[in-house]
Design a protein around this ligand. Structure first.
Ligand SMILES: Cc1ncc(COP(=O)(O)O)c(C=O)c1O
Length: 391
């Protein structure tokens, strides 16, 4: 467990690191964009994968009971979220699951609601499958985003919304939705017959000792209309192993979802994914504790640094995820100028805010899942570029 070590990830086919050359990013650029971590996974994951590799046979595989016990045990222990093996459908990823849900629960032309600025593949899955985006924009209240619940209900009623894709914790704005916020959402969805896909991939990154509340546990009836997307991929840096667990209590929804998976034959996991997921959920708790401390430290460092040294910028409250959402509008640049400034002057590869919807213009998302020394370097580069530009 070493969250201080800077790991050389170059020449490993890492999209975060090795696409820098392909995309022509300047020498010395710090990659803080896509959401994977510059940390090694827990050593138990390595041990489990070594067992698979030493056998050196990688045939078609199925997930045994020990896999399902590890998954269900994790969520029961940590979040009082109880479900059975039979209520899990596996997919290669959460984005895949969102796409499958869009296809399974709506028809072409149907309205699907999202809350921008939000993780951009939601929009892609809706539009690329011929459905219609209805946006219920979040409201930025001095760096802490909230939902506009009146607009939420109005948009659902006016557009005959069939599906709502919730992001909890929310990427990129870093909110962890409270029971008080989620209850009316659940009640409105029940009232209008809206199915909810709750993307909870960041649930293990609820910070500051707080506890994640699965949407499905918010009201008595939420079980009937909720699809909960989980995965060990963010938590343990396993995204490349393509293993996700989608929990669906309602039998009809689960069948429709599973049928869609079957039509495309994408339900099978790899022997590596099975081994890694099992080991991570069985043994990764202590490791995760150390990781979260590091993320909190990075967040506090960056927030304080910006407040003290770069007052033109402002970092939103980061309650969950490891992604800092920074308001850059104080630099008084156009959105295009800001993008060029980040690439050519600051030399940090961020996710530009407008990827998450027009509401994200003049924002940037920084990935803080890296050693603190990287965050320190990034803050310095940011400060120097802003100084050269502004003062
Ligand atoms: C909210 C959210 N959902 C899903 C994903 C990706 O999930 P997967 O790699 O399992 O498709 C990410 C990755 O950044 C994410 O932030």
């Amino acid at each position: 467990m070493n969250f201080k070590k800077e790991i050389n990830r170059r020449n490993t086919n890492s999209i975060k690191w090795d696409l820098m050359a392909v995309e022509g990013k300047p020498e010395g650029t710090i990659p803080m964009w896509v959401a994977d971590m510059d940390f090694e996974s827990p050593k138990e994951v390595k041990k489990a994968l070594k067992r698979v590799i030493s056998h050196n046979v990688y045939g078609y595989s199925f997930a045994p009971d020990s896999y399902y016990n590890a998954v269900t045990g994790w969520f029961k222990r940590r979040y009082d979220f109880e479900f059975a093996k039979e209520q899990i459908v596996t997919t290669p990823g959460v984005v895949t699951a969102v796409g499958v849900a869009v296809r399974a629960f709506t028809e072409p032309g149907d309205a699907v609601l999202i809350q921008r600025p939000v993780y951009y593949p939601f929009s892609m899955m809706i539009e690329q499958n011929g459905r219609r985006i209805v946006n219920n924009p979040l409201i930025n209240v001095e760096g802490r985003y909230v939902m506009d619940i009146e607009d939420f209900e109005r948009k659902i009623a006016e557009n005959n919304v069939k599906l709502f894709i919730l992001c909890n914790p929310h990427n990129p704005v870093g909110r962890v939705w409270t029971k008080e916020e989620l209850e009316p959402v659940a009640n409105i969805c029940e009232k209008y017959g809206v199915t909810v896909v709750s993307d909870e991939i960041h649930c293990d990154f609820v910070l500051d000792g707080k506890k994640h509340l699965p949407f499905v546990c918010v009201t008595e009836n939420a079980k009937n209309f909720t699809v909960t997307c989980t995965a060990p991929s963010k938590t343990f840096n396993l995204a490349g192993l393509q293993t996700s667990n989608i929990v669906i209590f309602n039998r009809d929804l689960r069948q429709a979802f599973a049928d869609e998976i079957e039509r495309m034959s994408i339900g099978m996991l790899s022997p590596m994914g099975i081994a890694a997921c099992t080991a991570a959920y069985e043994h990764g708790e202590k490791w995760l504790k150390g990781l979260k401390k590091t993320i909190e430290g990075n967040r506090d460092y960056m927030k304080a640094y910006i407040e003290e040294h770069i007052p033109e910028l402002s970092m939103c409250d980061l309650e969950g995820t490891y992604l800092a959402w920074v308001d850059m509008s104080g630099l008084a640049m156009t959105n295009d100028e800001l993008k060029e400034f980040m690439v050519k002057k600051v030399k940090i590869w961020v996710d530009d805010g407008d990827m998450f919807g027009p509401e994200g213009e003049n924002f940037a998302r920084f990935n803080l899942a890296c050693p603190q020394t990287t965050v320190e370097r990034a803050c310095k580069q940011l400060e120097e570029a802003v100084l050269a530009k502004m003062r």
